[in-house]
Ligand binder design. Structure first.
Ligand code: BG6
Ligand code: MG
Length: 215
């Protein structure tokens, strides 16, 4: 049972929660899909939410007639990532909203420890570009995990970095795979954006600052 007085930390997914990189992922995957002649659209892109880079590629290649070797797949993923990182280079502090910033500041003032819990290996670059690293006590991301969401590893690491138990943390996610990961790890979960309304989540956030009504 949720008891606010027992909650000491909040773990945030990055893409789609702190900032919106979905469109940039879409553009980079679309460029790759067009190059290799594979059908790809925004609906398929929605399935990539919260999923690791290699698992995303597998989803995209479902529409391909060709069988790719592991080496070729790694090269394709790297190609997509090069395009994606160029797009990330254009991001700036304006890509994290005032609402997100003021909510993070208010949570810190209330004494919560905050961490990122993202599958993305580009987390350090995104936090740097958006000048958002300073709000978080810890960062757990695609660089410190071996299993992607819905496995809870990234959130369990985040809780460990914060020195908290999962039952003392709320995970905030825009991907159903991320909510599943939070539930699997024994965390309380709050769904936002694309995951809002997902029945497995403990809370639904219409907007980011709704967190201040829960915590
Ligand atoms: C997640 C995104 O945050 O990171 C996924 O929701 C993405 O769409 C995943 O595939 C991995 O990102 P990256 O930056 O390591 O390729
Ligand atoms: Mg996300």
């Amino acid at each position: 049972m949720f008891d606010k007085s027992k909650i000491k930390g909040v773990i945030f997914d990055l893409d789609g929660v702190i900032c919106s990189t979905d469109e940039l992922h879409y553009q980079a995957w679309k460029a790759l899909a067009d190059e290799i002649g594979v059908y790809f659209d925004r609906q398929i892109n929605g399935r990539l939410r919260g999923v690791s880079r290699m698992a995303s590629l597998e989803i995209i290649l479902e529409k391909s007639d060709k069988t790719y070797s592991e080496e070729e797949k790694l090269a394709l993923a790297e190609k997509k990532n090069d395009v994606y990182r160029k797009l990330l280079g254009k991001m700036g502090p304006e890509d994290v909203s005032d609402e997100v910033r003021s909510t993070l500041v208010a949570l810190r003032e209330r004494g919560y420890r905050l961490s990122i819990g993202s599958s993305s290996k580009n987390t350090p670059l995104i936090l740097e570009r958006t000048d958002a690293r300073r709000y978080f006590d810890a960062v757990s991301d695609g660089n410190n995990i071996t299993r992607s969401k819905p496995d809870p590893e990234v959130f369990l690491k985040a809780a460990q970095f914060l020195n908290l138990d999962p039952c003392e943390c709320v995970v905030v996610e825009d991907a159903t795979a991320g909510i599943d990961a939070g539930v699997a790890g024994g965390f309380f979960t709050a769904a936002i954006g694309a995951a809002c309304g997902y029945e497995r989540a403990d809370f639904n956030l219409d907007t980011f600052s709704d967190l201040l009504g829960i915590l």
